[in-house]
Design a protein around this ligand. Structure first.
Ligand code: ADP
Length: 346
């Protein structure tokens, strides 16, 4: 039962390949609740004038849960306005972005008479990131060697920066200002790859389960390290330590072992490291390509997970020889939804 005793207005949706993100203003936000099951729904509030900005997410494949939430929370609050002839009910128009704004437009219209006022996905991502970086204190932080440090954003020196959004896939966007941006790169090896491959390889049922599993694993069991090739010593001449990964999953070829012979937690760890490392490296190369010093990482793949952030940070630090900085965002997964929400005032 997703019902809240709150009055909700101004709802924006970001319907992605894996998750649906909702941002809404609740005038009576004191009743916002944390969900017991974070994999289905979370709601945390940010105080704003006379209410709260609330955030929720649902799995796209469980869109019915999302529809239920909207039915209870939005439609029951939305007073139906009758047309002069007394028959038709006014349609409710809400801001929507992401691929699902196209894919599910008919469903929302047919089911609830909700019309999507569609906003461009990249535009919303950038709008959300700029809004957060400029207005929310303690939004951006670095994470290295287990240390989280908030970054003071200098508004006069924010642009240009690289925004790396790690959702199902990955988009890399050079941001030059409000509404000024270019999608310069991306990779299909993203959060969807981690979750999809992880499910196949470990039999995990959910992202949270896979992430938890990776927490307890050791990637060295399955990754081929420089030391494995060099008999335990560093390849110092080119700056590779013996513990550097030479080949992700590389040990699996020589062992003659089957998948069942590996612990699922080691497989999950190796996979998380492989995906995070790769994104960190591609991000750095793109930052180098355009001379960008700041790289902000968003998207729900990160989920504030220490090991993920550490791996990305190390990759950026390693490849840039300490020149570039990886930064993360507190509202990581809600950039697009926030951007759509912010477009109400446009
Ligand atoms: P998209 O807009 O493509 O759905 P998101 O930014 O919402 O992208 O991120 C989706 C990714 O986040 C998934 O591919 C997965 O790696 C990760 N993720 C985090 N939490 C969950 C969850 N509860 N269920 C499924 N995937 C999750």
């Amino acid at each position: 039962d997703f019902r809240f005793s709150t009055q909700i207005s101004h709802l924006a949706l970001d319907i992605g390949g894996t998750l649906i993100k909702l941002v809404y203003f609740s005038a009576n936000g004191d009743h916002c609740e944390e969900s017991r099951d974070g994999s289905i729904f979370v709601c945390s509030g940010c105080s704003v004038l006379q209410g709260r900005l609330c955030f929720a997410k649902f799995e796209t494949r469980k869109i019915d849960d999302c529809l239920e939430f909207i039915r209870f929370n939005i439609l029951q609050q939305h007073s139906s306005v009758q047309h002069p002839n007394g028959t038709a009910r006014d349609k409710l128009s809400i801001k929507a972005t992401g691929g699902g704004a196209f894919k599910f437009a008919d469903l929302f219209n047919e089911k609830f008479g909700i019309l999507f006022d569609k906003e461009d996905e990249m535009h919303c991502l950038v709008g959300g990131a700029n809004y957060l970086l400029k207005t929310v204190p303690r939004e951006a932080f670095t994470y290295l060697d287990g240390q989280k440090e908030f970054v003071q954003i200098d508004h006069n020196d924010l642009y240009p920066y690289l925004l790396v959004n790690i959702g199902s896939g990955v988009s890399m966007i050079k941001v030059d200002g409000d509404g000024k941006y270019e999608r310069i790169s991306g990779t299909s090896l993203g959060g969807g790859t981690f979750l999809g491959l992880g499910k196949l390889l470990t039999k995990c049922k959910s992202f949270d389960e896979l992430l938890e599993l990776s927490h307890h694993g050791n990637n060295r069991v399955i990754d081929m390290l420089v030391g494995d090739i060099y008999g335990g010593t560093d390849y110092s001449k080119i700056g590779l330590s013996s513990t550097a990964i030479a080949s992700s999953f590389g040990k699996a070829i020589s062992d003659g072992k089957e998948l069942e012979d590996y612990q699922p937690e080691d497989v999950a760890r190796s996979l998380l490291r492989m995906i995070s490392n790769n994104i960190g490296q591609i991000a750095y190369l793109n930052a180098l390509r355009f001379g960008l010093k700041s790289i902000f990482f968003g998207g729900f793949f990160i989920r504030g997970h220490e090991y993920t952030m550490d791996t990305i940070s190390v990759a950026v630090h390693f490849w840039s020889r300490g020149e570039a900085k990886a930064m993360f965002l507190t509202h990581e997964g809600f950039l697009g939804a926030l951007g759509a929400f912010a477009s109400y005032k446009d």
